[in-house]
Write a protein that binds this ligand. Structure first.
Ligand code: GLC
Length: 452
């Protein structure tokens, strides 16, 4: 940020001293370019990571009810919701086992709910509710997890809810009973802003997160949140950190929720957050689990559009991770590890007009990865590929393939490529075919009559 300020200052000086005809747009452009370059550098690990694990852990896991919303929406009284604090023991919490499991899933980062909308922080905050003083867990649960993640070479993301429905300084309490309106008591709101931003400062100083995952911004405007001040503070104190797009007006990437987008999201960087069943936190009554195969297909659909997947788990109040979630992570991990060359550091694949399925491209655009779900009914077909294929193979098992061109080239359009994959080389979930090309991919476009 400092760099941009300096550039802006230099621009101002040039503007003042230069004659009127010497317009300064070049400086403005280089300022924007510098900003874009800084962002690209900051986003690199995230863009390459492709897969992360979200963890919703809080007192809501005691009774297994919806995080925060259950009292806000009036399904349980605030008093009863808060009684759960008494049962939040974290007695079997094993942060290293969590980190190891995340690593086994193939994820490169994790995002832990350091504080949800209910205001109960998982670390030792100076003010507000926290599990150290308000629950039998009696210890900071964030610090050991951050340490374990870093020991496993994983990046650290911390979810932080801007909303804090427990704080007497916050305007909303429940849907039915708001506390006050900002316009009637701006000083009180100002105290809230100081309180929540202090907590973010504290998180930064203690844990130096690689990623801030803000949530709840929708309740107020960027101005009301003093989002710019928070953003600038983070950039000054933790310059390489990434900020998700839920800090209104700021943020580095989009956060679609609960379904692979139909069309590619407008943001250059984006991350789909997704529950494993239908709940973010542990809810024993929710058995709508997605199968590992479904999750793998959702992941491949996300990769196809150039995004990341942030897959959620909900540990129990004692810190154990339900077996079905742990098993799912390991099974997804089998596939991710096997196919890692088509996943990490990949870019979005080719349009579905050319290949009726998901695909990715290597960073240099010279390897095309085709994802084949289940057993194909015949050869895998690819249209419009102008390049020569140097090598075709099944990723992760070494089987070499011999693609055939079907028919002659007509009007400059390359003939279809047919790739037979023997049954024995198929993956039980999704098989990935690598096509190593003679150069960066060129697809025939009828209007352009040449590769594009
Ligand atoms: C929504 C919900 C919240 C959940 C989050 C995860 O914003 O308010 O409960 O934590 O999505 O993306």
């Amino acid at each position: 940020m400092k760099k941009f300020r300096l550039a802006a200052l230099m621009c101002a000086l040039v503007c003042l001293t230069a004659p009127a005809f010497a317009a300064p747009p070049a400086t403005a452009t280089s300022d924007a370019e510098a900003r874009a370059a800084a962002k690209a550098a900051r986003m690199q690990w995230f863009a390459d990571a492709k897969f992360g694990i979200f963890i919703h852990w809080g007192i809501y896991a005691v009774d297994g009810i919806t995080e925060s919303w259950s009292f806000f929406d009036g399904y349980v009284s605030y008093a009863d919701y808060m009684k759960q604090a008494k049962g939040f023991t974290a007695s079997h919490y094993d942060p290293q086992a969590w980190a190891d499991l995340i690593k086994a899933s193939g994820a490169k980062y994790a995002v832990l709910t350091s504080k949800h909308h209910d205001g109960m922080a998982l670390w030792d905050t100076r003010q507000g509710l926290n599990v150290v003083k308000d629950t039998p867990a009696h210890r900071d649960l964030v610090a050991p997890f951050v340490k374990a993640l870093r020991e496993d070479g994983l990046k650290v993301g911390l979810y932080f809810s801007l909303i804090d429905w427990s704080s007497p300084l916050y305007p909303a309490f429940t849907q039915a009973h708001p506390r006050y309106a900002i316009k009637d008591d701006p000083a009180r709101w100002q105290r809230f802003v100081t309180y929540y931003q202090d907590q973010v400062h504290d998180l930064t100083r203690r844990f130096h997160p690689d990623l801030y995952w803000f949530d709840g911004g929708w309740e107020h405007s960027a101005e009301e949140w003093h989002a710019e001040a928070l953003h600038d503070w983070i950039r000054a104190h933790n310059p390489d950190a990434i900020i998700n797009g839920r800090l209104p007006g700021f943020g580095d990437y989009g956060t679609p929720e609960q379904g692979v987008p139909i069309t590619r999201p407008p943001d250059k960087y984006w991350e789909l957050c997704l529950t494993m069943n239908n709940s973010w936190g542990w809810q024993p009554n929710d058995d709508h689990f997605k199968t590992p195969h479904e999750i793998i297909r959702i992941l491949s659909g996300t990769l196809d559009m150039g995004g990341n997947l942030l897959l959620d788990i909900g540990p129990r109040a004692d810190g154990t991770i339900p077996k079905i979630e742990a098993d799912t992570l390991r099974q997804v991990g089998r596939w991710v590890h096997k196919n890692q060359e088509a996943i990490y550091a990949s870019q979005a694949g080719i349009p579905h007009d050319y290949y009726l399925g998901d695909s990715t491209l290597s960073k240099d655009g010279k390897t095309l990865y085709l994802f084949v779900d289940g057993k194909p009914g015949g050869a895998v077909l690819l249209k419009g590929l102008t390049n020569r294929v140097l090598v075709a193979r099944v990723v992760g098992n070494g089987t070499m393939l011999s693609p055939k061109r079907l028919g002659a080239t007509l009007g400059g359009a390359p003939s279809m490529l047919a790739i037979d994959v023997p049954d024995y080389a198929l993956d039980p979930d999704v098989t990935v075919i690598a096509l190593e090309l003679d150069g960066p991919i060129k697809l025939f476009h009828p209007e352009k009559k040449s590769g594009s």
